[in-house]
Design a protein around this ligand. Structure first.
Ligand SMILES: Nc1ncnc2c1ncn2[C@@H]1O[C@H](COP(=O)(O)OP(=O)(O)OP(=O)(O)O)[C@@H](O)[C@H]1O
Length: 220
């Protein structure tokens, strides 16, 4: 279970983006979070993935309270999450080939030697052929780069996926393909999902349930 308990967070303690927010996702379940632009969905997603330290409240991962944030989070908690953001170019090192980009988390945890066995199959799974995986970000489309970012999020086999507007800048067929990859992974590994977005139709089709920002925050 992934729990946000009474989370207050933002960028200015005097004026937080959210106050006292509770959100629970059962193990293996998926929740879609809807809300208007700028309300705080990405901030909440980053708190849930241990990437943004809340001012107050707790994040509890499978019964264990988060013991740190960002690089200070213990490795077993940090690697429980795979995160995909809206803009792949902001989260991709332009110097890396797609192969190296997908392998980045393995290198970060000292498991680089596994990359040769794991990355080609994962790249194929997200729809990246051999012709593409040797290219660098500026040599591929946004959709192709987002496919690599999804593969990177899956490479450590996380128990939780946080998809923050993952498909917002993609066409319908790439969107369908990436959602399919996420659902196939979740079916195989029992991973839970928080999918953030503003496309109600997509999130209602994709997730077990959806919640609106106003319901989390009481419209405050
Ligand atoms: N790094 C930051 N420093 C200061 N304020 C920020 C920062 N990031 C976001 N904000 C502000 O926090 C509020 C919530 O932003 P957030 O990105 O969480 O919203 P969102 O619901 O995800 O929006 P969108 O749907 O447009 O992506 C906004 O008012 C935004 O301007």
């Amino acid at each position: 279970m992934l729990e946000l308990r009474s989370v207050t967070a933002g960028y200015d303690r005097a004026a937080p983006v959210m106050r006292g927010v509770d959100l629970t996702i059962a193990a293996g379940a998926s929740v879609g979070l809807l809300g208007p632009s700028g309300c705080g969905k990405s901030t909440l997603a980053r708190v849930a993935a241990l990437l943004h330290r809340p001012d107050a409240g707790q994040v509890v991962i499978d019964g264990q309270p988060a013991r740190g944030w960002r690089h200070r989070a213990p490795r077993e908690q940090r690697t429980a999450f795979g995160v995909v953001f809206q803009q792949p170019r902001l989260s991709a090192d332009p110097r890396l080939t797609l192969t190296d980009l997908i392998a980045e988390p393995l290198r970060a945890v000292g498991r680089a030697p596994e990359a040769a066995a794991v990355v080609p199959a994962l790249a194929a799974r997200v729809g990246l052929g051999k012709d593409l995986i040797g290219r660098r970000p500026h040599e591929v489309s946004d959709g192709q780069l987002q496919r690599a970012c999804l593969a990177r999020a899956l490479v450590l086999r996380p128990r939780w996926l946080i998809c923050d507007e993952m498909t917002a800048m993609l066409d319908a067929s790439t969107t369908a393909s990436l959602v399919h990859v996420v659902e196939e992974y979740r079916a195989e590994h029992g991973a839970g999902l928080l999918a953030v977005g503003h496309d109600r139709v997509l999130l209602e089709r994709w997730c077990d349930g959806t919640t609106h920002w106003d319901d989390l925050t009481g419209g405050l």
